[in-house]
Design a protein around this ligand. Structure first.
Ligand SMILES: [Zn+2]
Length: 88
């Protein structure tokens, strides 16, 4: 527990060999909340190369990223709908 914020080491095998990965939600957040959503890219999910365990701040905030991304999609869709109904 005390090492929870030491983020750069795999919690399972303690290796520091990792790659930064992002979920689809990170991408959608960046697109639909552009440019503010780009902040999500500052929180990648770390994937351990030897044991494939995912960890890091990005993993912890994925739920929030997902909710924000969906909110952004709904907002943009509604906006487009309103614009379209005004034109037609
Ligand atoms: Zn590992």
């Amino acid at each position: 527990m005390g090492m929870a914020f030491k983020g750069d080491v795999c919690p399972k095998c303690h290796s520091n060999d990792y790659v930064n990965t992002y979920t689809v939600w990170h991408g959608l957040l960046a697109i639909f909340w552009f440019p503010v959503g780009l902040i999500g890219l500052a929180f990648p999910i770390k994937k351990c190369i030897p044991c494939q365990t995912t960890y890091g701040v990005g993993l912890q905030i994925t739920k929030i990223v997902k909710i924000l991304a969906i909110t952004g999609i709904v907002f943009v869709s509604l906006l487009l709908l309103i614009i379209l109904t005004k034109i037609l």
